[in-house]
Write a protein that binds this ligand. Structure first.
Ligand code: AMP
Length: 579
């Protein structure tokens, strides 16, 4: 059998993409809607079927309680969400998006696909990375490599400019995450020199400032409005998103305030937003972009003047206020050299080709860094006083990976036979301010006087996963653990159960997506019509929806034709997507 296709997946907060590396270059794959962007949104229909992407996003307008978006923000946490009475974790929701992309790739390539390289924000921690690998497993994919999004974007850039020598900054602001990466390209070698970022900061926060401000200007608070008028808030978010994008092109834009049912029309109250107001609202967010940018430069031991180019990646870098900040920080005009939405997935496909030793990339090498400091809890001695809770780094942030480092610790009491090694990630000197990753128990030590040496060896692999070993030189004993999940790792049975749950979900058939699109189109059109025409469309729409869920092809075809006809008679022509 021929080699598996080299797939790369950008599992984004807002949108996801899949690309394949073939015939010496990466190429994006289109989904069932002929689009390369699949919204990272999952919806559950009343029939129990799962919708992913564009149709799920449409469903959010009419039934927000059946839809979940932006779940990437809680990867690696225990949080779950209820959709139509069923509970889903971020891993499970992500697996549904991955499964949908896998099916799109299979439809395009005409063969089954089981392996992929998946990207994560550079600032994703151990738990978030492990959660991403698990989401892949649940989707039936072996995640061959996890790579950092900005590294992937840089790879796309470097792939086309392998022969140049340059120092670059990749400034990546997506829907929910921010990453800044400093790298050097030298004779085909791409070396990541520093990375920093924030895992909860992105374009959606800029939209939220408009939502909050619009609500405040109409005498509401976001918290209360979300409880009391969820349909209004859901629609307002969509309106604010449009206004934010419009402000990327023009000096002013406006937001229509929906009614409590989430409807907008010609009579809806309208609020104006101009660039200055938006900039003032976004000031705290811009400040949060500044700090990691300076840290990444400092870690790379470079001054802004030594940077040759600043590349903008991620949809939210289209905002002029973000571009102005990047220009000011690095003292040069940034470039949109690579398509901001597409660079990450294309880079993941290039990485997949590198993993598979594809001939077309044999002249390329890439090195990445570990974006966080990793270490253990220690006790400090102050005279006769022992104070617990201090952090001892073993691998410092921005060390080139893969890397293996050792540090020694010593038993504190005479006859001590166990030591528990608590592993943390973070930059604070106190473990309470860092993230707990896991624990390794070293037991069965010989009961010797205090001061018995234990060597801790940390090995950080290319996927950003950490192995911790403890070696007792006196006895030759060795203990090891791979840090994947804090506390309990899922057992084989738990994994099987999660797989069974995902497989039991019925995915909405790809061939029926077009019908769902028509439903969304007509539902959206309904909001804009006057009473009389609205009543007529509603009747036809009810009929259509009824037959959509029945098993009568002839009746459904009739209802579908009638719906399109009514829409056309109102001057709303519905165009089917080319298949
Ligand atoms: P990504 O995750 O890279 O696809 O980025 C998605 C984010 O980019 C979302 O927050 C979008 O609102 C934002 N975005 C996309 N296009 C624009 C635009 N023209 N102006 C401002 N923000 C945009």
């Amino acid at each position: 059998m021929s080699q598996q296709p080299h797939l790369g997946i950008d599992l984004g907060t807002t949108n996801s993409l899949v690309a394949v590396f073939e015939h010496g270059a990466p190429r994006l794959i289109r989904n069932a809607h002929r689009a390369v962007l699949t919204p990272s949104v999952v919806g559950l229909l009343e029939s129990g079927e799962v919708l992913v992407g564009e149709p799920a996003r449409h469903l959010a307008l009419t039934a927000p309680e059946r839809v979940c978006a932006a779940f990437k923000r809680w990867m690696g946490t225990d949080r779950s969400v209820q959709l139509a009475g069923r509970s889903f974790s971020a891993i499970e929701l992500s697996s549904l998006v991955l499964a949908s992309l896998k099916r799109d790739a299979e439809a395009d390539l005409g063969r089954s696909v089981t392996k992929a390289v998946v990207t994560v924000p550079a600032y994703f921690n151990q738990l978030q990375r492990a959660a991403t690998v698990r989401a892949g497993e649940l989707a039936g994919l072996t995640v061959e490599r996890i790579i950092n999004e900005p590294t992937a974007a840089a790879l796309t850039y470097g792939f086309h400019r392998r022969e140049q020598n340059q120092r670059l900054v990749v400034f990546d602001l997506g829907g929910g995450t921010f990453d800044v990466t400093v790298l050097e390209i030298f004779e085909g070698v791409l070396e990541i020199k520093g990375a920093a970022g924030e895992s909860r900061l992105g374009g959606e926060d800029f939209t939220e400032t408009l939502v909050s401000d619009a609500l405040a200007r109409t005498g509401r608070t976001l918290e209360l409005a979300e409880l009391r008028e969820p349909l209004l808030v859901a629609r307002l978010r969509a309106e604010a998103e449009l206004a934010k994008r419009a402000l990327s092109e023009a000096r002013t834009s406006s937001v229509r305030i929906p009614d409590a049912q989430g409807r907008v029309g010609p009579d809806s109250p309208t609020l104006e937003f101009d660039a200055a107001r938006f900039e003032a609202l976004a000031q705290p967010l811009l400040e949060r972009l500044r700090r990691p940018s300076l840290r990444a430069l400092a870690d790379a031991r470079l001054a802004p003047a030594q940077i040759d180019e600043v590349i903008l990646v991620g949809g939210a870098t289209r905002m002029p206020i973000v571009q102005a900040l990047a220009a000011q920080l690095f003292s040069r005009a940034p470039r949109h050299e690579v398509h901001p939405d597409e660079a990450v997935a294309l880079g993941a496909a290039i990485q997949a080709a590198l993993v598979a030793d594809d001939q077309a990339v044999s002249d390329m090498v890439m090195t990445d860094v570990c974006p966080h400091t990793l270490g253990v809890e220690i006790t400090k001695e102050f005279g006769s006083r022992h104070v617990e809770g201090y952090f001892m780094p073993v691998i410092h942030r921005n060390t080139t990976i893969p890397v293996s480092r050792e540090e020694s610790v010593f038993t504190r009491h005479d006859g001590q036979t166990t030591v528990s090694v608590h592993v943390f990630q973070g930059e604070s000197r106190l473990v309470s301010e860092n993230l707990a990753l896991g624990k390794l128990i070293v037991d069965g030590l010989p009961p010797l006087p205090r001061g018995l040496e234990i060597i801790l060896r940390f090995t950080y692999d290319l996927n950003g996963l950490l192995e911790v070993e403890a070696i007792v030189p006196k006895t030759g004993q060795r203990y090891a653990t791979v840090i994947k999940q804090s506390g309990a790792q899922p057992t084989k049975e738990q994994l099987q159960a999660a797989l069974a749950k995902m497989q039991a979900l019925k995915l909405y058939p790809r061939e029926k997506l077009e019908n769902q699109r028509l439903l969304a189109f007509a539902t959206a059109a309904l909001r804009e019509l006057d009473a009389e025409r609205r009543a007529e469309l509603e009747r036809t729409l009810d009929l259509y929806e009824h037959w959509l869920n029945q098993n009568d092809a002839a009746a459904f075809a009739y209802a579908r034709g009638a719906l399109i006809e009514v829409l056309e008679s109102f001057g709303l022509s519905y165009r089917e997507e080319p298949q």
